[in-house]
Design a protein around this ligand. Sequence first.
Ligand code: ME8
Length: 692
Amino acid sequence: MSQTFYITTPIYYANSLPHLGHLYTTIVADAMRRYKRQRGFDTYFLTGTDEHGINIQRAAEKAGRTPKEQTDYISGELKRMFRDFGLDTEHGGYDVFMRTTAPFHYEGSQHIWREIAKGKTPKGNDPIYKGFYEGWFCAPCAEYKSEDEYFTPDGSEVPFCLIHERPLDKVSEESYFFRLSDFNEFLIDKIENTPGLVRPEARKNEVLSFVRRGLQDLSISRLKSSVSWGVPVPGDEEHVMYVWLDALTNYITAIGYGNEERASIGFEKYWKNVVHLVGKDILRFHTVYWMSFLHAAGLPLPSTVYAHGMWLDVDGRKMGKTIGNVIEVDVLHEHFQVDAVRYFVLREMVFGQDGRFGYENLIERANADLASGLGNLASRTFSMLTKYREGKVPAGKIAEENYIHARRAGLDPDGQELVSVVTHARDQFCRRFDNFEFSQGLEALWAVIARVDKMISDAKPWELIKDERQSETLNAVLYRATETLRWLAVMLYPVMPDASKSIYSQIGLDGDVSRLDPADLRWSELAAETAIGETVGVFPRIDRSKVMSEIQQETEKRQEVTEEQKPLVPDASAAPNEEENFISIDDFLKVELRVGEIKVAERIPNADKLLRFEIDLGEEKPRQILAGLAEYYEPEKLIGRKVVVVANLKPRKMRGLESQGMICAASLEDGSGPIPAIATFVEDVEIGARLK
Ligand code: ME8
């Protein structure tokens, strides 16, 4: 049975549209898996979307969608991008697109929770205990704020919400905790002593020094009343799991851990050799947290967590919409060959370090390495075969008596030198790829291209053809160039699947490159007399100024459209708000206003001001809402009236009754104080309709 190889990308957040970063990690994983498949491994490749948690809940609210609609939309967009770039199953890419909202994933996540709870920490304690989570709460946002969501103004003792610019309340909430503080020594020992567990070395040291500073226990649940969008904690429906616990667990539920649905994929089989590819931004989650969770659940650790660097713009700045330096994946897809993009990202970024991405760099590299390099070698070789040898691969051996002629043409007569160059480059390429050193692996192959180009230029086939005595020399040059192309086509398959297949078939070969092991390549296995296929250019030259001006124009157009779509009020999150009274459209959309019909309206005993309503919002059952309207309205007269309800207001208790929303009313002044006038509709509006 062949050895297995399981590779994963992070599952990307379903709160915003996919970008170059997501494309990048997935291309790397895809290339690695294609390489391992060629090497004979039984491979499995996972990508997908992370669909729970407050950020998704918030993004959905912002966009006026339900969380389910939001996650369907983003995972759909991600799948579209993957399809465009040939990373989907149909093109030989991922085997599974995980979505953490899948029922089998709920099952598996709850299973790991139970397993963790059953076990003991390395220090013999219960890994999970109940405590209180303390945090800064923003009432208008109805949520806890993390450090990057608040600021502390000078002179204030408490932080302020970035959105509302008002003080936050220190609130503590019941939560389950994971006893992470018991895992320090375990993690240090494992990470220090397991070769390749955390890579590259610099990142490993980073994690170790983080762990050495001491670990704090981790809150691993949130009350459902504050974060509703998540996997319920088994045995306690009031809580949902911390999103990272559920997200990380996707790597094992996908292959059948803790659920029947995917058991046939084979957890036992694939968990033996697994590589998690991640950006350095989420290294800590995949090492400190994930490894502790796994160990607590009695499961083996992954073989490798490899953290790569980040793409920055050409000037080394982080990419962002506000600076306008984002590389658009749709632009990439429209203007560049998929293989060129794949080659560029693998060649340009030294894996593990940050890299710089600009359209111009991409064009430069594609023209130099692909159009003038590999593409030119292929097209000149095929056109010479057509022109000089009627489209057939000649025999490559030179008879000893002709060595003298070959030498005269500057060609090594027995060709051993080239064989050893190519073989050495192949070995190096494999070693580099095994070691995630994609850029250096490709460099080794381009040295071969340069070498063969030089062989052709030195030998000058266009001169050789004129001399009868140089017939074998010409044959040898053509054979060696074609044989090198065969090797390159096999080796380059993981990086440029389309170009590789194209070159392979242009040579006249019909094997399946995706299954050819570069280690099995033997020089001169290309049979003489092979009739080459139809010649097609693999990498057309990119007209730099034309493409750049098209991209420029499109970017401008896109910006104009965005300008037009901009809300009439400035976006508070984009620029400091000088006009205190303005809020952004997004802020407004956070308030969910809905049409409701009053079904019940009654006084509350011993309360002069409050009325109790039951209002139908088109939901399963009417909401109970309390409002201070008793002094102004006869409750009976309000029954049947359509009103505007703030539907996402945090429920609060008044007089022992829970009020689940608010009725909107204008405030009129009659000199003695404000008098409410309930907002209503002249038209016949549908119950539950949203106001925007
Ligand atoms: O972190 N350059 O999802 P996410 C290179 N859901 N890669 C980049 C990049 C950049 N500029 N920006 C993003 C999450 N990435 C969690 C993961 S896993 C159990 C849960 C890539 O949508 C890189 O792989 O924020 C990074 O780690 C990932 O996208 C973050 O994706």
